[in-house]
Design a protein. Structure first.
Ligand SMILES: Nc1ncnc2c1ncn2[C@@H]1O[C@H](COP(=O)(O)OP(=O)(O)OP(=O)(O)O)[C@@H](O)[C@H]1O
Length: 217
């Protein structure tokens, strides 16, 4: 289980949110919602350990993530705004690189994974020559080979067409049924027929709460 306890986030002396707590349990999907700039990406960066909270703690299986980063990273798949796709490598080379680095025990056929994300016939094309949606699909193909129980996905549907959204939704449902956990942001209305799908709405703090004296006594 992932647990965030009373998180506060400050950027450039501005309070983005405070006292934010959440739990993501096996089988659960949580969609984080809120207007542009409210702090969804910042929250995710705290949750994956790329930023440190101003206050509060993030725990994986009851252990602060800063105490055992290695175990946490092994159980986490994070897809941020930057897809991490290398433009000079082909779709297949990108996926193979990811597989060798993060899923060395994966035995499946990477061609069929790429076919599932709609990239059949484009396996050997340099990613730089693929469209934005196709490049996003190269990044998303990691989800098909991932053994990580926790997926944290920042706008996974960006540049993805309707059919691609449907395929991804099916994968999310399967992951939840297999007792995986998903935390995602999207401005899409999702169709996820799983028992444990909920939404977390982030709202902007009031103006008087927004400016904090970081470093002040
Ligand atoms: N690299 C940065 N340095 C300083 N401040 C930043 C940085 N990135 C974002 N911010 C600030 O944090 C606020 C929240 O940004 P964040 O990306 O977390 O919001 P978001 O809810 O994910 O927005 P969006 O829906 O547009 O992706 C922004 O309004 C911006 O002022």
């Amino acid at each position: 289980m992932l647990e965030a306890k009373s998180l506060s986030c400050v950027r450039e002396d501005r309070l983005l949110f405070e006292g934010l707590s959440l739990k993501v349990k096996p089988g659960q999907i949580i969609q984080v919602e809120g207007p542009n700039g409210v702090g969804k990406t910042s929250l995710f960066r705290l949750l994956v350990g790329l930023m440190t909270p101003y206050h509060g703690q993030v725990l994986w299986q009851g252990v602060p993530i800063s105490d055992d980063r290695e175990t946490y990273q092994q159980n986490l798949l994070y897809l941020g705004h930057q897809s991490g796709v290398k433009p000079e490598l082909s779709a297949l080379e990108n996926l193979r690189f990811y597989q060798k680095m993060f899923e060395p025990s994966y035995q499946g056929d990477l061609y069929s994974v790429l076919a599932q994300v709609g990239l059949a016939g484009l396996e050997d094309m340099p990613a730089a020559q693929l469209s934005a949606g196709q490049q996003r699909r190269v990044a998303l193909a990691r989800l098909w080979i991932s053994t990580a129980p926790l997926w944290i996905l920042d706008e996974p549907f960006t540049a993805i067409d309707k059919n691609g959204v449907k395929v991804l939704e099916q994968l999310f449902v399967k992951h939840a049924q297999d007792q995986g956990m998903i935390l995602l942001t999207t401005h899409q209305d999702l169709n996820l027929p799983v028992a444990d799908f909920s939404k977390l709405a982030m709202i902007k703090p009031s103006l008087e709460d927004m400016y904090v004296g970081v470093g002040a006594d």
